[in-house]
Design a binder for this molecule. Structure first.
Ligand code: PLP
Length: 403
């Protein structure tokens, strides 16, 4: 396993003691992998602007930037002619695609989505959270059948609330049967599972570097070139144009067309280094370790009376290393504050930028918030998470509910 920076971070807790930080908030932003930090450090001495410089440093940095594109393409198993556009993050990537949809496109999206995938669309049909995976496919089928003109199905591969995996291959199949395209939000999938866009027959995928152990401000949109080549340049400025006179000649290659200005070169290099590090470690080992720890965490939570895990499709549905829960008698904020202030554990509380979904999951049960605002606590794991972190969280919650 590669190491993460900050594995030995100590944080103050009540009484002034220092304890090792138990970072259980990977789904928000994962810590930096050591090989990612090393790649950025190695690139810095020759750091220079890309594409337009004749100097050696500029050529070297350009080569590194373009190599990062190839690495990301290979990491997600993209087709040779797919565009790979560096963005700021997943939100930026979904908004970029939204700005390039052909006129009159209708988007079909489930209410379970993160806001980054729920909100950017001008004209969308929203589907209720499906009761089981086959229902997701059936609902998408029915919705897409009723739409004329260009259509796009948007779906998250792994939920940022429950960690549950969505049937993206079946949804891609249904989308294509109706002449629609599919965008997969892979922000929470790629840190935990391999993804092969070609094998799954996906049209677009989006994800963020900072959730993939590369917190240097880059994300990516990968997918079919045509809509991206025809769409309005996302940013208008240098790099996106071939020439400017009385008329403006925009690039029709999606990468320069949508990457105007000086790009986030170090972010792209970091993102690619993370892809390389995960590939070198091997998915079998990564998935095995994550499944061991998440099973330990979930069974620990299940053993505490008053702690309820949130789930759309039931306990046995496959999921990545993310678990959200409520604690009877405490608001999510109170729980998160106690975990941090007394035990040195970092978790997330709230609605995780998935308001409709969290409301749906909580239903009548409002998570104990006094103001009735539904919210939950989320623990999420990854490379660098230890058994001790998991056990500390379970023990802390057990203590909390018996106070
Ligand atoms: C599933 C999912 N999609 C999109 C996003 C948005 O990512 P970013 O904040 O990097 O744009 C997140 C972030 O939490 C997410 O979990």
């Amino acid at each position: 396993m590669p190491t993460v920076l900050g594995a030995d971070l100590e944080v103050p807790v009540k009484g002034g003691r220092l304890v090792g930080y138990a970072n259980l908030d990977y789904a928000a932003s994962a810590p930096c992998l050591e090989p990612v930090s090393a790649a950025v450090t190695a690139a810095l001495p020759a750091y220079s602007s890309v594409h337009r410089g004749a100097g050696y440093a500029s050529q070297l940095t350009t080569a590194r930037y373009e190599q990062a594109r190839h690495t990301v393409r290979a990491f997600v198993g993209a087709r040779p002619d797919d565009a790979v556009i560096f963005t700021r993050n997943t939100t930026d990537a979904t908004n970029l695609l939204a700005s390039c949809l052909p006129a009159g496109t209708t988007t079909v999206v489930f209410d379970t989505e993160h806001h980054a995938s729920l909100l950017p669309w001008k004209n969308s049909v929203r589907l209720a959270p499906p009761a089981f995976p086959g229902e997701a496919v059936r609902a998408a089928d029915e919705a897409l059948a009723g739409i004329d003109g260009p259509k796009l199905l948007v779906v998250t591969a792994a939920s940022n609330v429950t960690g549950e995996l969505w049937p993206i291959a079946a949804l891609a199949h249904i989308a294509h049967r109706h002449g629609a395209r599919i965008l997969v939000d892979a922000a929470q999938l790629v840190p935990h599972r391999p993804l092969n866009l070609t094998a799954l027959d996906l049209d677009y995928v989006a994800f963020s570097g900072h959730k993939l152990y590369a917190p240097f401000g880059a994300g990516v949109l990968v997918g079919r070139r045509d809509w991206l080549a025809d769409g309005e340049p996302y940013l208008k400025g240098g790099g996106a144009v071939r020439s400017v006179g009385d008329d403006i000649e925009w690039h029709d290659d999606p990468e320069p067309r949508h990457e105007a200005g000086t790009p986030n070169v170090l972010g792209a290099i970091a993102l690619a280094a993370a892809c390389d590090a995960l590939t070198a470690t091997g998915w079998t080992a990564l998935v095995r370790e994550e499944e061991r720890l998440i099973a330990r965490l979930r069974s620990g939570l299940a053993s505490i009376e008053g702690v309820r895990e949130l789930s759309l499709w039931g306990d046995d549905h496959p999921r990545v290393g993310i678990v959200s829960f409520t604690v009877d008698g405490y608001s999510a904020r109170e729980v998160a504050e106690v975990l941090s202030g007394e035990y040195g554990i970092g978790v997330r509380d709230g609605k995780f930028c998935a308001h409709p979904f969290v409301r749906h999951l909580l239903g009548e049960h409002d998570g104990g918030c006094e103001d009735g605002t539904a919210s939950a606590v989320r623990a999420s794991i990854g490379i660098g998470t230890t058994e001790e972190h998991v056990d500390r969280l379970v023990d802390a919650l057990r203590e909390l509910v018996t106070r």
